[in-house]
Design a protein around this ligand. Structure first.
Ligand SMILES: [Zn+2]
Length: 291
């Protein structure tokens, strides 16, 4: 593919991404059309993709609060007093359970404000890759998380068990479909299966689809000039043209590396509101590099 076409596609992807980011706060605003007197059970989650999972399984029977809001990072975010008040009214908390910093720092406090709340660990049964907490960025892991969410909702609200399990089965099928789609997009590339990214949130994705993720950020910190130079060297070694960035993190260092290699930055969101649409967009973004 020639450079001009690549740039046009990059710009289109960025536009799609911005539209996705600017979508309404569907999980934060109260649900429209809710039947009066039927509030739905109070559910709290740590990150936006979990809210999407809960809404897909729980539909109008749940009211979801997300602790780490859009644009914030679960590695650094601190909850507000009004969020803790929401927690105090909730019936279930679905934690990611992978050791993400927000939960390490705040689960004690969160349990203390609502000791009766059921806490469900969405990571149970998922094989951890070292210290990487980003388990949700693999549709196969997402299926496990969705199973835990369904089990938790059925336990808390057994009257609607048939509704939850039917929704779960439908969503698990969508996750299988997107998994097949990603394989279809990426499996054909045999030569270059390496990508460089500022914040390494796609280790589980890389593991699932046999790709290699190279991080610019080092142990959660901005890269030193030496690390930046190493990244430029590696990008040249692997003949990379794209540097992937997330909207929740500063992009200057990634842009500097992209400039050095005559490439460009491309957004990939590790914390989407619409998980399935985002997975498709990630496959498209990564296929740019692999072509
Ligand atoms: Zn992260």
């Amino acid at each position: 593919m020639d450079k001009r076409r690549r740039i046009v596609i990059g710009v289109l992807l960025a536009a799609v991404f911005l539209i996705a980011v600017s979508a309404t706060d569907i999980y934060i605003a109260p649900e429209a059309g809710r039947v009066a007197g039927e509030e739905g059970i109070g559910v709290v989650v740590t990150i936006l993709p979990q809210a999407d999972f809960v809404k897909n399984v729980g539909g109008d029977k749940v009211q979801v609060t997300v602790m780490v809001p859009p644009g914030a990072s679960p590695h650094t975010y601190e909850p507000t007093a009004s969020q803790l008040k929401e927690v105090s009214k909730a019936k279930i908390y679905f934690k990611v359970g992978s050791g993400v910093e927000f939960e390490r720092a705040w689960m004690g406090k969160i349990r203390a404000v609502n000791p009766d709340m059921q806490v469900v660990d969405c990571a149970k049964g998922i094989t951890k890759l070292g210290k990487d907490p980003h388990i949700w960025n693999s549709p196969i892991n997402a299926k496990v998380m969705v199973e835990h969410i369904c089990d938790g909702l059925c336990q808390a609200d057994p009257n609607h068990e048939a509704y939850y399990t039917e929704n779960r089965d439908k969503y698990l099928q969508e996750l299988d479909d997107v998994d097949a789609y990603i394989h279809g997009q990426l499996d054909g590339f045999t030569e270059n299966r390496v990508f460089m990214i500022y914040h390494p949130a796609f280790g589980y994705f890389a593991n699932e689809y046999n790709l290699t993720q190279i991080a610019i950020e080092h142990k959660g910190k901005a890269p030193t000039p030496k690390v930046i130079q190493d990244c430029v060297n590696k990008a040249r070694q692997y003949n990379l043209s794209y540097i992937y960035v997330a909207p929740q993190f500063a992009t200057q260092n990634a842009e500097a590396i992209a400039h050095e290699i005559g490439g460009q930055t491309v957004f990939m969101d590790p914390l989407p509101r619409d998980y399935i649409a985002n997975m498709r967009s990630i496959a498209a973004s990564l296929s740019l590099e692999m072509e």
